[in-house]
Write a protein of this length. Structure first.
Length: 223
């Protein structure tokens, strides 16, 4: 579980976030949708504890959130296996443990001997997520996890995230693509003009027989 209250952040004279309030609980997936440059990465960095807000506070329950940035922090010249070992030791996790079943779900063992520099974008994203979760954190925060992935890796990643949610994990991710919020049953927030707004549930937005206006409003914010 993670809660943010009254978060504001500026870079110099440029305001990025204004009085942001946010919450996500266990067994829940939450997506924050906004255009590129809207402040999504800044907000995630604050939620993950990598960046301090100017005003406001973030409260997490349990271990620090696992954070998987858009641009991974893997070591390109090391093998997949060595990256997993390094990040497990760095986070105090267990390098040989597969308790979350992520290696099998994401198919990483089949290329564990390869260097990161030899991998496709989907493979790198899979490795980065496993590295982030080596400490078995209750909350996983991902910045644009589906960006640049083909259909196969989007589907594979979706199954893995759904699996984590079924284990009671809290999943928070961002996207600038409205189509990418259709995969997980999520609460949806929009981030525009430095302000975070609750948009509804996935059902609210995609069940046209119930509420077409909500989706139209969301799309307008992204224009």
């Amino acid at each position: 579980m993670i809660t943010a209250t009254g978060i504001s952040k500026s870079y110099g004279n440029a305001r990025v976030l204004t009085d942001v309030n946010f919450s996500a609980t266990d067994s829940e997936s939450v997506v924050i949708v906004g255009r590129n440059g809207s402040g999504k990465s800044t907000l995630l960095s604050i939620l993950a504890g990598y960046l301090k807000p100017d005003v406001g506070m973030v409260i997490t329950h349990g271990a620090n959130p696992a954070f998987c940035p858009q641009h991974d922090n893997l070591f390109e010249e090391l093998t997949v296996r060595d990256n997993l070992l390094f990040w497990a030791r760095a986070s105090g996790g267990t390098p040989d443990s597969n308790a979350l079943n992520l290696r099998e779900l994401l198919g990483v063992d089949s290329y564990a001997h390869k260097r990161i520099s030899e991998l496709s974008g989907g493979m790198k994203k899979s490795v980065a997520i496993i590295c982030a979760m080596t400490n078995n954190s209750q909350t996983l925060i991902l910045d644009e996890p589906f960006a640049g992935l083909d259909i196969f890796y989007k589907s594979t990643l979706l199954k893995a995230l759904d699996h984590l949610k079924s284990l009671g994990k809290c999943i928070i991710y961002t996207s600038h693509n409205i189509d990418e919020i259709a995969g997980l049953e999520s609460k949806v927030y929009t981030l525009a003009n430095t302000t975070l707004t609750y948009a509804g549930t996935r059902k609210d937005l995609f069940d046209h027989s119930v509420q077409t206006h909500a989706l139209e409003t969301l799309l307008q914010k992204l224009d």
